[in-house]
Design a protein around this ligand. Structure first.
Ligand SMILES: *Cc1c(COP(=O)(O)O)cnc(C)c1O
Length: 368
């Protein structure tokens, strides 16, 4: 059995450091917004090559707080990828704005900068590119177009901790980057967690106030805020894991290279990587029109497969009210119908990776 992601093994590597982190927090007696969160914010900002980091409760809140801090709300439109995890869209909806889908470049599945201008209306306030599957979107082009049109840029970095474009880490290309530390992400806590990074000190301060009841001084509330804080304990766990992240991402790249090499030439669409990016392979997503039959065959062979994602956001019941007609976002619809993700993670061995390759070859041969 080859698991899709062996979270237990991943976290047990840091068992000692995690126990030390727990003990530190217990001994400090301070559980919310203290030293651990402050230190993690400093360490993660430096790691992302960003000036500021604000720890929050989860990735969805990171997106929401970034939009809220940019004063985006009812009546506003925000451009989102048609092909993404639904959280990106939900954040826009939760601030009262309207998500407007933009189709991807087919090879990378990331937002197509060439389609942005046509989606802009007088109500458009922001663009939210997602660095999907761990591969940077064309963020420099997107930021350039956004600036021409006076739009803000909030990046969804939940799948791309440490990815680079033109040699620069993601972290502050747009106005803000939202991060998730959900356990299965490349940097995962032992529960929920998230953060926003930015180079804008005023935006950072607004998010800091918003995450803590709109308050800078206890029991004085300046704005209608949220309770969305990263726990001291989760920050301490994340500090124990951050030192492994570069090596973990490098290991993911090795596994991806094995897949790219061994699967080339098979009747399967492999991920394309732009020459100017260094992805971190949160997911290794391939495509085939007979996706469901392949997954069934791989399941029998003991290979864990997950589909990211089976239903496009505009086809979810939650967005029925947007009335996006079927067929109007053909790329997103086709991608959602054909994708499946192969096992990849920092503890996966070459032997496991080659066993996945062999199982996939066998299944594809049987399909004819
Ligand atoms: C995981 C994820 C999120 C949400 O993160 P949570 O911490 O689960 O709230 C947002 N966007 C993308 C692309 C994600 O993969």
């Amino acid at each position: 059995m080859i698991p899709f992601l062996d979270l237990k093994a991943i976290n047990l590597r840091q068992s000692e450091a995690m126990h030390a982190a727990l003990e530190r927090v217990l001994q400090s007696g301070w559980l919310i917004l203290g030293q651990e969160v402050e230190q993690f914010e400093r360490e993660y900002a430096a790691w992302c090559e960003a000036k500021h980091c604000i720890g929050v409760a989860n990735g969805l809140d990171a997106l929401i707080l970034a939009l809220k801090a940019l004063d985006i709300g009812p009546g506003d439109e925000v451009l989102v990828p048609s092909n993404t995890y639904i959280a990106t869209w939900l954040a826009v909806s939760h601030v009262g704005a309207t998500p407007v889908p933009v189709e991807p470049v087919e090879g990378t599945c990331n937002m197509d900068p060439a389609r942005i201008a046509a989606a802009i209306t007088p109500r458009t306030r922001a663009v939210m590119p997602v660095h999907l599957y761990g591969q940077p979107a064309a963020i420099n082009d997107i930021v350039a177009i956004a600036r021409q049109h006076g739009l803000k840029v909030v990046e969804d970095g939940a799948q791309a901790h440490g990815a680079r474009i033109d040699g620069a880490r993601l972290g502050a290309h747009g106005d803000a980057v939202a991060w998730s530390f959900y356990p299965g992400k490349n940097l995962g806590a032992l529960g929920d967690g998230g953060a926003v990074t930015t180079n804008d000190p005023q935006l950072a301060e607004r998010i800091r106030v918003l995450r803590n009841y709109g308050s800078r001084v206890k029991y004085q509330n300046e704005v209608i805020g949220y309770n969305s804080r990263l726990d001291e304990l989760q920050a301490a766990f994340l500090r124990a894991k951050l030192p492994l992240l570069d090596a973990d991402n490098a290991r993911r790249r090795e596994i991806a290279a094995i897949y790219q090499r061994e699967l080339a030439g098979l009747p399967l669409t492999l991920p394309q990587v732009r020459a100017d990016v260094e992805p971190v392979w949160h997911l290794f997503v391939v495509r085939h029109p007979k996706r469901d039959a392949i997954i069934e065959g791989l399941k029998v062979a003991g290979v864990g497969i997950v589909v990211h994602y089976p239903i496009a956001p505009h086809q979810q019941q939650a967005y029925a009210s947007l009335n996006v007609p079927a067929g109007s976002l053909p790329l997103a619809e086709r991608i959602h119908a054909e994708v499946f993700s192969l096992p990849i993670g920092p503890t996966q061995t070459d032997a496991q990776t080659l066993a996945v390759v062999q199982a996939l070859r066998d299944v594809l041969r049987a399909l004819g």
